[in-house]
Write a protein that binds this ligand. Sequence first.
Ligand SMILES: C[S@@+](CC[C@H](N)C(=O)[O-])C[C@H]1O[C@@H](n2cnc3c(N)ncnc32)[C@H](O)[C@@H]1O
Length: 274
Amino acid sequence: MRETKETDFGFERVAPEDKATRVAQVFDRVADRYDLMNDLMSLGLHRAWTAFAVALARVRPGERVLDLGCGDGALTEKIAASGAWVVGADLSRDLVTATRARGLPAVVADGRALCFAGVCDAILTNAALHWIKPPEAVIDGMWRALKPGGRLVGEMGGEGNVAAIAGALIAAMARRGLDGNAAFPWYFPSTTAYRSLLEARGFQVASIELIRRPTELPGDITGWFETFGESFLLAVPAPQRADFIAEAVEALRQAILACDLPQVTKLPGAAASS
Ligand SMILES: C[S@@+](CC[C@H](N)C(=O)[O-])C[C@H]1O[C@@H](n2cnc3c(N)ncnc32)[C@H](O)[C@@H]1O
């Protein structure tokens, strides 16, 4: 059945499919510098994580593996190197093109409507699940994609992730009479909440953990706002945006000086079997 309900994307009311399009546009825009950006944002940690994820998933030669939200294919490439038959899936056409440019198969697909059925030995996913709402839809799609006994290994943002940043943006929007919570583009669950969702769909959760991962940015936060905070910025009328950003940067600076930051955390997802 077609979803007709509208959803908020900051300033405008947009249909859910348009909201997904906006997320895809965020990543299309950074596709040509995605690898470099990832290095800068994670200080190279994502490389260690991808190797760890492949080991954790015990990917074996000949297995069929889906890399969901594959981005530019960095993890997909590691999975392929293990001898598995891997396909990347991502909402962003430009990032799918980047994955294919590595000589790897990849498809444009919305994680909320996966159409793989009982074909995957394993699903790996890195830094994508917190972009895909509602979480039940992607969990259901992953469940259906896995063979009985298949494994899911994922990393995503968890409860408290970028809380100080989002808090500064939401407060600056509130001062302008705007609803910042409606512009919040992510889903950052607690481990308890995510475990419940996985188990409700039938997964057996072997391990799920929230790991603190403070990340030092190479410059000031403005670049991060412009890339990942786009949904907040778009909600603010264009002539006010420079002031809005300056205000949020200053609020964060004050919070850091006062050592008043909530924990910044990452959730390394779940290893589970169907
Ligand atoms: C932060 S990037 C991570 C990319 C890659 N996994 C990595 O580790 O570098 C998040 C990815 O999720 C993708 N994404 C966001 N929403 C999606 C959706 N609904 N369906 C599929 N992919 C989605 C984005 O296009 C983007 O490539």
